[in-house]
Write a protein that binds this ligand. Structure first.
Ligand SMILES: C[S@@+](CC[C@H](N)C(=O)[O-])C[C@H]1O[C@@H](n2cnc3c(N)ncnc32)[C@H](O)[C@@H]1O
Length: 255
């Protein structure tokens, strides 16, 4: 019987496999990463917060273009990976801080830019996180979000949340683009969807990266086998269980 809170479940889930995220090509590469940096149009004088930084691929991609980057995450083992990768690459303007996105240990207006990639679907209270991002941003600052997003069709939405939860019990929700736009608006960010893509995933690498137990891998196989044609086609499920899921890059300008 699980007795952990969501934050503890996230720390446990990612703490065990932090090194897998440092070497993951899905996280180290990906068309969204270069797009995020491009969209930010940094001049080199900016202070950037990477919220839910994982092993640090996003923080490290922004670092050469910024005065400094704070790589922030709930899981201490992930921050150790950030420090290791930064040292290996000779990057000195990235500092790590541990904590939750819902309560940031930074003063008002500390940052010019907040970024977050492939983390927001773990957050219990994304609206609270957005309010915190707005608080720590300077007037005129922006938040750039990259994450998996739910399709609007209920069948596809339910199916996506189901496979995410079977793979990783610390999954909360892939929100739709529309839900993100509403949340941005409520937190007084001007929302804009900058880019959308289908992210191709190798099934075995996907479950191995996060350490999905064998009984859940079996359940995932059974679910994929039973998927209706609409689901198979949308997620491009292959004979080897490879598939693709939708991602979106959103920009919120602080109102
Ligand atoms: C897939 S990793 C992030 C990948 C990374 N941003 C990149 O670009 O490679 C997800 C991270 O979100 C973090 N996380 C989940 N919930 C969080 C929260 N409430 N506050 C801060 N970090 C959180 C986890 O600890 C994990 O390291």
């Amino acid at each position: 019987m699980a007795t952990a809170t969501l934050d503890q479940a996230v720390q446990q889930q990612f703490g065990n496999v932090a090194a897998n995220y440092a070497s993951s090509s899905v996280h180290a590469l990906g068309e969204d990463l270069a797009r995020m940096v491009e969209l930010a149009r940094l001049t080199g004088s900016e202070h950037v917060l990477d919220a839910g930084c994982g092993a640090g691929h996003t923080a490290l991609a922004f670092a050469p273009h910024a005065a400094g980057v704070v790589a922030y995450d709930l899981t201490p083992a992930m921050l150790e990976q950030v420090e290791r990768l930064a040292a290996e690459r000779g990057i000195r303007n990235v500092e790590t801080r541990q904590g939750s996105v819902e309560s940031l240990p930074f003063v008002d207006g500390a940052f010019d830019l907040v970024v977050s990639r492939y983390s927001a679907h773990h957050w219990a209270a994304p609206a609270a996180a957005l309010r915190e991002f707005r608080r720590v941003l300077k007037p005129g600052g922006s938040f750039i979000l990259s994450d998996i997003v739910a399709p609007s069709a209920p069948l596809l939405d339910t199916w996506l949340q189901a496979i995410e939860l079977l793979r990783d019990p610390s999954h909360v929700r892939d929100h739709s683009r529309e839900q993100w736009c509403d949340m941005f608006d409520d937190a007084r960010f001007d929302p804009q969807v900058a880019h959308g893509w289908m992210l191709p995933l190798d099934f075995d690498a996907w479950v191995q990266r996060i350490g999905t137990p064998p009984q859940f891998v079996d359940a995932l196989h059974a679910l994929y086998d039973a998927a209706p044609v609409e689901v198979r086609e949308f997620f491009a499920i292959g004979a080897d269980y490879s598939f693709s899921i939708p991602g979106a890059l959103m920009v919120g300008k602080r109102k």
